[in-house]
Ligand binder design. Structure first.
Ligand SMILES: *Cc1c(COP(=O)(O)O)cnc(C)c1O
Length: 300
C-alpha cells in the first residue's frame, strides 16, 4: 500500500514481515501426548503494528483510502493495543487518527496512550455509559459533529474487512495441522481464522475475558456480516481467563516464566499466555487429541 499526500506528513511504507514465521516448539509436556505445537509468529509482523492488529487494519486502511478519507476514528480502552496500532498505522499511511478512549482521562498518560499520541493520535474520552452505546447512530453523529468526517474503525478493529484479513492466517501455514488456536478479545481474529480452515481442521479460541459467553454471538455475528453465514468448525474456551480481562494471577505468571525458561519467548500476558495455558490444559485433558498438530497464533 502506498501513501498519498492525504493527512499528515507521514512516511509512506511499512516493512512488514509477511507471511509471518512458523516455528516448531519442542516440549515434553506435549510430546508425552504426541502432540506437535507450531507457533505462528504474527507478533513479528511489525513492532508498531503487531499481529492481528495489522491483519485487521490492512483492508480498512485501503477502504478508507478508496473512500477519500483522511482521518481514521476508532475506540478502545486505555490499554488497548488496537488504539496504539491504529495510531502507528495511520502515521505510516498518512491518515490523521482519533482515538475515543473509554472512561475518564488520567494524567500522565500511560505507556500505551503515550505511544498513540507520539504517533500523532488525537485522544478524546467518553464516559462509560455513552461508550457502551458507541455503535448507536446518535453517538456516532455526535462524534461527526465534533470531529468532522472520518472513517470509522470499530473497537478492536473487528468488522467484515478485518475478518477477511484474518482469514489469511491459515492460508499462510504450509504444513498440515488439525487445530489452530488464538486468543479472543472481540472475536474478529477467530471469526476470520475459522473461515480460512480446510476440511477436517478446527479453530479453538481462548477468551481473555471472564464470563464471555456473549463472544459466541459476536463471532457468529461477525461471520454473518462477512460471509452471510457461519463458517468453519470453531469453539471458544471460556475457562482460561485467569480472573478476567487484563487480570493476572500467580499461576499465569508462573506459566509465563516457565515458558520463557523453556522456549526463550516471553508471552504477552493479556491474551497470548492465556491461550497458551489453555492449549496445555486441553492437551493434558485429551480435549486436544493425542497425535494432533496444533498451531498457536501468537497474536502480539
Ligand atoms: C487485540 C488482541 C487480541 C484480540 O483479538 P480479537 O480479534 O479482538 O479477538 C488478541 N491478542 C492480542 C495480542 C491482541 O492485541
Amino acid at each position: 500500500m502506498r501513501s498519498s499526500s492525504a493527512g499528515t506528513d507521514a512516511p509512506s511504507s511499512l516493512e512488514l514481515r509477511l507471511p509471518s514465521p512458523l516455528e516448531v516448539i519442542r516440549d515434553e509436556r506435549l510430546t508425552a501426548h504426541r502432540v506437535q505445537l507450531l507457533l505462528k509468529r504474527d507478533d513479528l509482523i511489525h513492532p508498531d503494528v503487531p499481529g492481528n492488529k495489522w491483519r485487521k487494519l490492512q483492508r480498512n486502511l485501503a477502504e478508507a483510502r478508496r473512500g477519500g478519507h483522511t482521518t481514521l476514528l476508532t475506540f478502545g480502552g486505555a490499554y488497548s493495543n488496537h488504539i496504539r496500532a491504529t495510531a502507528a498505522a495511520g502515521r505510516h499511511f498518512g491518515f490523521d487518527t482519533i482515538g475515543v478512549i473509554r472512561g475518564e482521562e488520567h494524567s500522565p498518560l500511560n505507556h500505551s496512550l503515550r505511544a498513540a499520541v507520539d504517533n500523532g493520535m488525537r485522544l478524546t474520552y467518553m464516559d462509560r455509559n455513552t461508550y457502551r452505546r458507541k455503535r448507536d447512530a446518535d453517538v456516532i453523529e455526535e462524534l461527526r459533529h465534533a470531529f468532522g468526517g472520518f472513517y470509522l474503525v470499530p473497537e478492536g478493529g473487528s468488522n467484515a474487512l478485518a475478518v477477511r484479513g484474518c482469514e489469511e492466517i491459515p492460508a499462510e501455514i504450509d504444513v498440515p495441522f488439525d487445530v489452530i488456536c488464538c486468543p479472543v478479545g472481540t472475536g474478529g481474529t477467530l471469526a476470520g481464522i475459522a473461515a480460512g480452515l480446510r476440511e477436517g481442521q478446527r479453530a479453538l479460541g481462548v477468551a481473555a475475558l471472564k464470563g464471555a459467553g456473549f463472544l459466541t454471538d459476536e463471532v457468529r455475528d461477525l461471520q454473518n456480516a462477512t460471509y452471510g453465514r457461519m463458517v468453519g468448525d470453531w469453539s471458544i474456551d471460556l475457562d482460561h481467563h485467569f480472573g478476567g480481562y487484563a487480570k493476572r494471577r500467580p499461576p499465569l505468571d508462573e506459566f509465563i516464566e516457565d515458558f520463557d525458561r523453556r522456549h526463550g519467548l516471553q508471552l504477552d500476558w493479556v491474551y497470548v499466555a492465556k491461550m497458551m495455558a489453555g492449549i496445555y490444559g486441553h492437551v493434558e485433558r485429551g480435549d486436544i487429541a493425542a497425535r494432533s498438530t496444533v498451531v498457536a497464533v501468537i497474536t502480539g
